[in-house]
Design a protein around this ligand. Structure first.
Ligand SMILES: Cc1cc2nc3c(=O)[nH]c(=O)nc-3n(C[C@H](O)[C@H](O)[C@H](O)COP(=O)(O)OP(=O)(O)OC[C@H]3O[C@@H](n4cnc5c(N)ncnc54)[C@H](O)[C@@H]3O)c2cc1C
Length: 427
């Protein structure tokens, strides 16, 4: 028989946004329950690119040393268009404490977040609990969620409910907060292959040929993740041509992988499709409820921005909320609502900047008329020759925080409370 739970904050979703928020609230002595539908951190195919700003954040939060050995540090990015290298960026050239993005499998990140949060007395992670309904007071204020578990239904009562349940957020849908899904022109097919011996494992490779492009991303410990663009909704057509059509796409972009792809990708079950869209959500909150991470702002996978913004949401929101919940206090709903409005106002411009950069990049990749392709190649070469331009473009995705201009209100100076030993807690 499942028992109801009472917390100050209930977070729905134990992904990067939810677990990072749970940890940051627990460190500030806020009683928080994270509700996660999965039994473990093992996840279906997920992006693993973590931007340098997030690496910096993970370091500031004391988590980076615990992740050592679980990630690959990337040193450069190389864009090839029509068989020629048109742009190369050496991340070491960027003057920031953490200039390198890393490739970090999400299960490792989520395990460290959950392990660090677990010893705090006020932290609770409810696994195999799926939020199915919002609980509301007579005036419409959200006061918690009802969850389905293998032991039966339970309710988590909370002053604030946080939707961190990802790009297909059920809580957002239940809340009635409007969201517009904006599909991008193309989808991506992902697959993994053993890493080719002739490549160095510290380079992101973007290969473009006409209107086709592929991302070739080194993946911990020794694979390469390949993301191939296809026309929006074009999977059915491609599938009808058989798996050899996919092999031929690889041949065109990375002939070095021709043999490997035929050995390791024998059917469509060896691939995974990502429907690429961004979600525009004009209002992220209503009384008693706020959206964070992908639920508030789904991004495309270009330049590894999803996890970045999910974690920044968490480290921004936690210090804004904590003073109002300190010492077991319950903030009034209007006060809480004003904090949530401020949270959105602080975070939105930074997300919009990344989204704009991704959309521009996506449009560049999609150009296919010969004159457009020539223009694109020219532009990449121009950027290649100008360190200032390179810096400016990458700063929008990689160095908003470290560049110091991006996220007002972010409080990383507050010392984190020392973990309470697990043995001393009673849950
Ligand atoms: C194929 C693919 C490639 C990507 N590539 C990258 C990349 O390289 N770099 C990058 O930064 N981002 C990438 N992304 C995006 C990235 O995965 C997300 O932006 C990031 O995980 C968002 O974190 P989140 O915590 O908001 O949501 P999620 O990671 O989606 O977490 C949501 C959690 O909520 C749980 N949940 C959902 N509904 C419920 C419910 N009703 N009750 C309880 N629990 C629930 C889910 O099980 C999940 O654990 C990629 C995404 C995909 C799908």
């Amino acid at each position: 028989m499942a028992e109801d739970v009472t917390a100050q904050v209930c977070v729905v979703g134990g992904g990067p946004a939810g677990l990072a928020l749970g940890l940051e609230l627990a460190r500030r002595e806020v009683r928080v329950t994270v509700v996660e539908q999965s039994a473990t951190n093992a996840r279906s195919f997920r992006g693993e690119s973590i931007s340098p700003d997030s690496v910096w954040l993970l370091d500031r939060l004391g988590l980076l040393p615990k992740l050592r050995g679980s990630f690959l540090e990337m040193r450069r990015m190389e864009i090839t268009d029509g068989g020629r290298t048109v742009l190369r960026a050496e991340f070491a050239d960027f003057p920031y404490p953490h200039p390198y993005p890393v490739e970090l499998p999400q299960p490792a990140l989520l395990s460290v977040l959950a392990e660090q949060a677990a010893p705090f007395e006020g932290f609770q992670l409810l696994r195999r609990a799926t939020a199915v309904e919002l609980v509301e007071a007579a005036d419409g204020t959200v006061t918690g969620v009802r969850c389905r578990t293998p032991e039966g239904d339970l309710t988590v009562h909370a002053t604030l409910t946080v939707a961190a349940d990802g790009r297909f957020s059920k809580i957002r849908e239940l809340s009635g907060l409007a969201a517009t899904k904006v599909p991008l022109d193309r989808d991506v097919i992902w697959l993994k292959l053993p890493f080719p011996a002739e490549w160095d494992a510290a380079t992101y490779r973007v290969r473009i040929r006409g209107g086709q492009h592929g991302l070739f991303i080194p993946t911990h410990p020794d694979d390469v993740r390949v993301g191939l663009n296809i026309p929006k909704g074009g999977l059915k057509e491609l599938r009808a041509e058989g798996i050899s059509a996919l092999h031929r796409r690889i041949d065109a972009l990375a002939p070095e992988l021709s043999e490997t792809v035929r050995t390791h990708v024998k059917g469509w079950t060896d691939t995974s499709m990502l429907d690429i869209f961004t979600a525009l959500v004009p209002r992220w909150h209503r009384p008693g409820l706020v959206l964070t991470g992908d639920a508030a702002h789904t991004l495309s996978p270009i330049l590894g921005q999803g996890v970045n913004h999910a974690v920044i949401d968490a480290v921004t929101l936690a210090p804004m909320l904590a003073p109002h919940f300190a010492g077991g206090r319950t903030p009034s709903i209007p006060l809480l609502d004003s904090v949530l409005a401020e949270f959105q106002a602080v975070r939105e411009p930074s997300v919009a900047r990344s989204r704009g950069l991704q959309l521009r990049q996506e449009r560049m990749f999609a150009l296919e008329q010969p004159w457009q392709v020539r223009g694109r190649q020219l532009l990449y070469r121009l950027v290649d020759r100008s360190p200032a331009l390179k810096q400016r473009i990458l700063a929008g995705a990689y160095f908003q925080l470290q560049g110091g201009d991006g996220v007002p209100g972010l409080d990383l100076t507050a010392p984190a409370a020392a973990p309470v030993p697990a043995a001393a807690t009673s849950k």
